[in-house]
Design a protein around this ligand. Structure first.
Ligand SMILES: [Zn+2]
Length: 196
């Protein structure tokens, strides 16, 4: 933006400088016409007119130098604008790319969440109401995990190894008995890897 402002400032300056040149040139043309017309006859007036034409030529030259100097500054401002615009474009491209990847991830996650939610509903529907209630209560108390796998005699909820007494109790419990961790009270899920 700063480079663009500088560029438009230079453009304004250039227009102004060109107008100055134009004014001086027009005045010189008028003077020259008067001189050529022969209307001015007094030697003093003629001398003055010639003198003015000469100083206008000098003034025009100086003003044209100003125009050139402004044009040079404007050109480098334009180059800077072009360079920065290109860089902005490159960065914007990266932002767009990252946004697209993020959106794709969101979509994927949403899809996965919908599938898992549906699966959970199906499973929850098959669980007896009182057990589900216990599970929900434990889940709330235990940071979102109400049931844990019993893996090699260790509760995967609290990572504590169960005592021999507990293991023996669990081993003798009927398959449909709800067993719980003595340490964290979570429901323990028995598998072939439970070490029973
Ligand atoms: Zn536990």
């Amino acid at each position: 933006m700063a480079a663009q402002t500088e560029e438009s400032d230079c453009a304004r300056e250039q227009t102004k400088a060109e107008q100055d040149v134009d004014q001086v040139r027009q005045r010189a043309v008028r003077d020259q016409q008067r001189l050529d017309s022969g209307a001015v006859t007094s030697p003093k007036d003629l001398e003055n007119l010639q003198h003015e034409i000469a100083s206008l030529a000098k003034r025009q030259g100086d003003l044209e130098d100003v125009v050139l100097e402004v044009m040079e500054r404007r050109e480098s401002a334009q180059e800077r604008v072009a360079e920065l615009t290109e860089r902005v474009g490159a960065v914007q491209g990266k932002v767009d790319d990252a946004t697209a990847r993020r959106d794709a991830s969101y979509e994927e996650i949403d899809g996965e969440a919908a599938t898992v939610t549906k699966e959970r509903e199906v499973v929850a529907g098959a669980v007896p109401a009182d057990l589900l209630k216990l599970y929900e209560k434990l889940r709330e108390q235990q940071g979102g995990i109400g049931a844990a796998k019993l893996y090699q005699r260790t509760c995967q909820g609290c990572r504590q190894e169960l005592s021999i007494t507990d293991i023996n109790e669990i081993r003798s419990a009927a398959p449909d008995t709800v067993v719980r961790c003595e340490n964290c009270r979570r429901i323990l899920v028995r598998t072939s890897e439970s070490g029973l």
